[in-house]
Design a protein around this ligand. Structure first.
Ligand code: FES
Length: 90
């Protein structure tokens, strides 16, 4: 499934960047896949894939520092996104 229409990125490519490339944020996913954010509409979807990868990683390995770090970054991104939506709504 295409998750980023601007860069024509599939969910499979994003998952691969998370698993193989060590990407930990939407920005690092774009960089890992040789592109950059354009319109940004895909960022929430990519963040959800990051969250899912973090959950899977943490469940596979209790106390995994990588999974915990990904979960922390995902939580920070969610706060930033929420704040950005609040500013945009003003
Ligand atoms: S849909 Fe991904 S940058 Fe536009």
């Amino acid at each position: 499934m295409i998750v980023c229409s601007c860069n024509v990125l599939t969910d499979r490519q994003v998952r691969s960047a998370l698993a193989d490339g060590g990407a930990r944020s939407p920005g690092s996913v774009y960089r890992c896949l040789g592109c950059k954010a354009q319109c940004g509409r895909c960022a929430p979807t990519i963040r959800k894939l990051i969250d899912a990868a973090a959950r899977a990683c943490s469940q596979a390995c209790h106390g995994c520092p990588v999974g915990d770090a990904i979960a922390e970054v995902a939580a920070e991104l969610e706060q930033i996104e929420t704040a950005a939506y609040a500013v945009a709504a003003e």
